[in-house]
Design a protein around this ligand. Sequence first.
Ligand code: ADP
Ligand code: ZN
Length: 359
Amino acid sequence: MEQITVKASQSSYKVSVGAGIRHKLSELLPKSYQNVFVISDTSIAPHYLDDYVSSLLPDAKITKKIIEPGEAAKSKDMYFDILDSMFEAELDRKALVLALGGGVIGDLAGFVASTYMRGIDFVQLPTTILAHDSSVGGKVAINHETGKNLIGSFYPPVAVVYDVDTITTLPEKEVRSGYAELIKEAYIGNADFLSQLLERKKLDKENEEQLIEDLSLGIRVKTKIVEADEKENDLRKFLNLGHTLGHAIEAEAGYGTFTHGEAVAIGMLFALELSERRFGADLRLGEFRSWMERNDYPMHLPDLSAERLVIRMQMDKKSENKEVHMVLLREIGDPVTEKVDHDTLHNAVTSFLERMRRA
Ligand code: ADP
Ligand code: ZN
């Protein structure tokens, strides 16, 4: 088992990553709880929920809220519905919320926990590879009709308990999605980790030792950045590598066409190309492309309009005054934020789309 401590301004919490650790959840929590509210979804709960709660106090009161899987759960309606269930379960300020699932469950449960009686403890029990990212750093949110994650706050969990056994039932598409975020972290902050990933034949969710190591390395890169910049001023923006175009593609292709990570991988390809052109660095672009290909990342884009993508990139939360600020790499492990003017961006996106269509 690997353990990483994340220091947040108000508190710090431990992220435990290991195989089979769902059976000893209570040992990995900072204290014991009498009243526990578990939020999960129907793809996950039948496999893992009982294992996770079996190590809690024998007389603890456990209430389960099992919802339908999918992003639609991060809604205002579901938010209030869960709060209602929590009042019904008579949770007091000393109660605990357990978020068993991927990013959707983590974001939703965290936001609920952050506002129930002005905030009660919550613990993340990630079951996807992608959730290594969302479970560290304390961002919690639900969606608004205007956009994703627009209603939210910074509310760190009191612990993260990550049992990699749960990854065995994760669909391949989701494995790919999570690894895009891991290779992003490697590019931003760990060249050795990047070599390991690029030199490996295939993603392998069965190799638990490797999963533990990969997730821990990714979490360490992310932790270092969020500790230095908890509230997204400067450094935290680097985690956005690949996301400016990635988010635009996700939205423009229609949510669900690509997973988040698949869109981010495409966005990274674009950002790395732009970086090589701007800084003349060798970012192992050919190897990255071949890593994407052999792991079945989408290399062929549907017919998207370059200008519409650029407009979306200008609207990105991280852009200022319609100026697009993109994360680029001067070298592997050396990210910078650069302004990219409209025409340069438009031309680069047009030529990128052209090549991706021919691919
Ligand atoms: P993330 O945002 O972390 O990628 P989501 O919460 O969007 O994850 O979950 C992606 C999908 O995978 C959902 O349909 C969810 O129910 C399903 N899922 C999550 N974890 C597992 C797992 N360990 N086994 C099987 N399905 C899972
Ligand atoms: Zn992301």
